[in-house]
Design a protein around this ligand. Sequence first.
Ligand code: CTP
Length: 426
Amino acid sequence: MAPKTDQATRNVLLGVTGGIAAYKTPMLVRGLVKAGYTVRVVLTETAKAFVTPLSLATVSKNPVLHRLYNPEDGTWTNHVELGLWADLMLVAPATANTLAKMAQGQADNLLLTTYLSARCPVWVAPAMDLDMWQHPATKDTIERLLEHGVEVIPPASGELASGLSGQGRMPEPEALVAAVEAHFAGQADAPRLDGLKVLLTAGPTQEAIDPVRYIGNRSSGRMGLALADVLARRGAEVTVIKGPSSLKAQHPAVVEVPVTSAAEMHAACAERWPQMDCFISAAAVADYAPLAPADQKIKKEGGSDAGLQLELGRTVDILATLSKARKAGQWVVGFALETNNALENALGKLERKGLDLIVLNTLEDKGAGFGGNTNRVTLISSPEDVRRFDLKSKAAVAEDIADRLAELVATAAPAAGQQAPAEARS
Ligand code: CTP
């Protein structure tokens, strides 16, 4: 079970937890094996009450793992290797208990330790009673897992083990096999970006008012980090200059450089830009910063109705500055968040900042923009080439952006003129 080094993506690690739907997992394993995947199964203790290790070992043609170590001979199950072996980890059915432990980073069984060691995409198929699924605690758990980059397959609706009817069923094994196949098919067909050196900004910036206060914004960094992961999976060498965000890129090859302010972000980008092939400006950079941040905490002064005036100055427009400084062959991609006259404003930015591509999202679209897990974008490379996409998860939007970038790199020349370097084209 050596860690993978090639592009083969055929290993599925199935985690089974103790929900009634566990009785369907031999069918799921059989479907995956039939579709050509190598399947290994990790069971929790409770899952063994619903499905036997022997059934799963027989259909997967592999030993089923359920213990951190063997108490008879003291041998340890190497969850790190197992996590690295997998190209996809699917936890199905995923109980409320296991989901909550995953969200908290608990590690008291083999499934959880393997999850923490996994570098591949992780999917969960929650299965529980409808009231458990609706509970605010479960909603918090799911939100947390999404923030950690876990893909959640929503439960199906129908009759539940409790006799109640509603949302909470694990999707049928055939549906899960189809989703796995679609995932790998998409990955196999995705245009590659091998060797493309990408500099990407993500997250908000914080502009100090004094040592304890700052001006910031609501950007989570999720869109930029999702893009970093997708580009890295396609072979790009990605460096993320990341403003304050609790999120992290999942792909181990993504290099993250943490910064706080727009000025720091600019310095970090300017230093690296000459060695890069592409700049993607996904950060929500503050446009204004306090001109003279105080050294000491600012104290209240005057009466209760006395206000405070802060003088703000413009920050550097990192995107415009790097675009202007670009060498032949360097690609520049910007983002635009608009509330009105979206297309007109985005086209203005494309031209003014000399971009090859602009990713427009508008706050008029429900589910788009800051904070959430979904986005709806329009990709614009010229007034004649405006492509509008459906509302999707930010991970799926990142695939669309990567597809368009790969298409541009393969077929066009960057705005500044000359041809992209040969190694940047695949
Ligand atoms: N950007 C940047 N540096 C700044 C401000 C913005 O690099 N100081 C980048 C963003 O990362 C994004 C694009 O520029 O890619 C957004 O363009 P911008 O003109 O700043 O749009 P808005 O922030 O929406 O501002 P406005 O519409 O007020 O011009």
